[in-house]
Design a protein around this ligand. Structure first.
Ligand SMILES: Cc1cc2nc3c(=O)[nH]c(=O)nc-3n(C[C@H](O)[C@H](O)[C@H](O)COP(=O)(O)O)c2cc1C
Length: 165
């Protein structure tokens, strides 16, 4: 059941250091590419980082993503500007969630870390990873085998739901 995977997904910020394979990375990316995009324009772009020096620099540049230095790999998710505005950010969000769920189903932990176009963090990543001018980054997602266990909270809140019957 997809709901079981959704319930198992938690933001994981501590990793064992065990490597993942290229085939596993590919499967996670496949899930990203199958996410819906507005008008089916598929403008999302994925920068896969396994280079340890770059991962360390990314950790240093983002105080909210320090775990990047210990992850097995990170994917920076962004979109090509001008292709599907203003849907780039939401389309990337759908791709990110697909990756989180696919990784979770494979026993790989992950966390979504915001960058957002025009932010200092996005600009720093742009310098570190040499993004082209027309690339707007939305988030980095860090992946690795989990070295922490987090329980599933019960977040269902009837007060936030309106039924119009
Ligand atoms: C748009 C967005 C931005 C986020 N940015 C960060 C971040 O910069 N650093 C981080 O550690 N977690 C980040 N998170 C993860 C949230 O903190 C996390 O989803 C939330 O605390 C709920 O925990 P859960 O993912 O385990 O359910 C982000 C999540 C989203 C959706």
């Amino acid at each position: 059941m997809v709901l079981d995977v959704i319930k198992n997904r938690r933001s994981i910020r501590k990793y064992t250091g065990e490597p993942v394979t290229d085939a596993q990375i590919r499967e996670i990316l496949e899930a990203a590419f199958l996410a819906p995009t507005a008008r089916n324009l598929q403008e999302c772009r994925f920068v896969v980082v396994t280079n340890r020096e770059k991962l360390q620099k990314m950790a240093d540049a983002n105080p909210y993503a320090k775990m990047t230095k210990d992850c097995a790999f990170a994917v920076v998710v962004g979109y090509e500007k001008g292709v599907n505005d203003p849907f780039g950010i939401v389309d990337c969000g759908a791709a990110i969630e697909n990756m989180l769920l696919q990784a979770t189903s494979m026993g790989i932990g992950c966390v979504w870390c915001a960058l957002m176009p025009e932010s200092d963090r996005a600009q720093a990543y742009s310098r570190i990873l040499e993004f082209p001018e027309n690339y707007a980054s939305v988030a980095s997602v860090q992946f690795g085998y989990p070295a922490e266990k987090r329980e599933t909270p019960d977040r269902f809140d009837e007060k936030k739901v309106t039924y119009i019957r």
